[in-house]
Design a protein around this ligand. Structure first.
Ligand code: NAI
Length: 329
């Protein structure tokens, strides 16, 4: 099977080339171009395309892929909102994805953001580099014996619960479905109680109508003063203007964001100029207790390996005509 790999970054190539050793039936060619109607024709002569969250796998692209006799779309990510599933079905082009690759990668990054903002590590790093060894402005608080509030206890939230438990924290959780396997050390509580009792609040629910702007001025007012808020899930879970108001009210000891409302679909690109043009993200960056990273939660060696192996296994399942939970329907 021949796969054309779109939107290739060096790290993709490394992880896929390493994984390919175990899949002798598959060959992959890489292109830096992302998949969209302008680039779909490049897939002529290939059996499958491998695309990403930023690709445009819409109607037009699929029509071209069909005309070029491409038989399979391999999404190397969990999300598939950029795929026109109806058109894919019409042309009998199956779509497969990688639903979960490394929950710990994201959960560990969430804890890194919490610790870095609590102990002002970014400030400490800069101070020491400038030969300022004073401790002013660096005081944090112990996580040990404090309360963590985890919103959403699916794969990543559950990993975050385990990490917080390991820190000796009391772990409260809120989810519409309770995860039985966590109940020996996690207490499920109503959202209001989680907000009012937690010293660290970390968001791990998906973005849906019911979770859009879950963190807004009303929910912020219910939080404890001096709370740390971490969002590694989706930017629009937090209403940024209200977050800024909350920061101005001195509600937060720290805020750690790996995702932000203005983030475009074009994640993982070099988009620093774009972000600076965006007013609310730039405003957030101006606060000394806010730490922002660039949607890197997933970005570990293990996660990239898992993405590569699962994507190639999805291709093998297609060849074998096997149904799998990774089929997008
Ligand atoms: P998952 O599907 O395993 O878990 C999501 C949990 O949220 C489920 O338990 C679900 O019941 C719960 N939930 C749904 N509606 C809710 C509500 N209204 N209130 C509270 N909880 C609710 O998803 P997973 O894999 O744990 O991912 C969570 C999120 O992390 C994803 O939606 C994605 O946005 C984000 N993510 C971020 C990455 C990064 O690099 N920063 C990488 C991968 C995912």
């Amino acid at each position: 099977m021949k796969i054309l790999f779109y939107d290739t970054k060096n790290y993709d190539r490394e992880s896929f080339d390493a994984a390919l050793e175990a899949f002798p039936e598959i060959t992959v060619e890489y292109t830096k171009s992302d998949l969209d109607p302008r680039t779909a024709a490049l897939a002529e002569g290939f059996d499958a395309v491998c695309a990403f969250v930023s690709s445009d796998v819409g109607t037009q692209t699929l029509e071209i892929l069909h005309a070029k006799k491409v038989r399979l779309v391999l999404m190397r990510c969990a999300g598939f909102n950029n795929v026109d599933l109806e058109t894919a079905k019409k042309y009998d082009i199956p779509v497969k994805r990688v639903p979960g690759y490394s929950p710990e990668a994201v959960a560990e990054h969430a804890m890194a953001l919490a610790l870095a903002s609590n102990r002002r590590l970014y400030k400490a790093y800069n101070k020491v580099r400038e030969n300022d060894f004073s401790l002013s402005g660096l005081m944090g608080f112990n996580f040990y014996q404090k309360t963590a509030g985890i919103i959403g206890t699916g794969k990543i939230g559950a990993a975050m619960c385990r990490i917080c438990h390991g820190f000796g924290m009391k772990v409260l959780a809120y989810d519409v479905y309770e995860n039985e396997s966590l109940k020996s050390f996690v207490e499920y509580v109503p959202l209001e109680r989680l907000l009012s009792e937690s010293d660290l609040i970390s968001l791990h629910c998906p973005l849906m109508d019911s979770t859009y702007h879950l963190v807004n001025i009303d929910t912020i007012k219910k939080m404890k003063d001096g709370v740390i808020l971490v969002n590694t899930s989706r930017g629009a879970l937090v209403k940024t203007d209200d977050l800024i108001e909350g920061i101005r009210m001195h509600k937060f000891a720290g805020v750690g964001l790996d995702v932000y409302e203005e983030e475009t679909n074009n994640v993982f690109e070099d988009r620093s100029d774009e972000i600076l043009e965006h007013s609310t993200t730039a405003r957030l960056l101006s606060f000394p207790n806010v730490m922002i990273t660039s949607h890197q939660g997933f970005f570990t060696r293990e996660a990239l390996e898992a993405i590569a192996v699962t994507t190639l296994q999805n291709a093998m399942d297609f060849l074998a005509g096997k149904e799998s939970p990774n089929d997008v329907k």
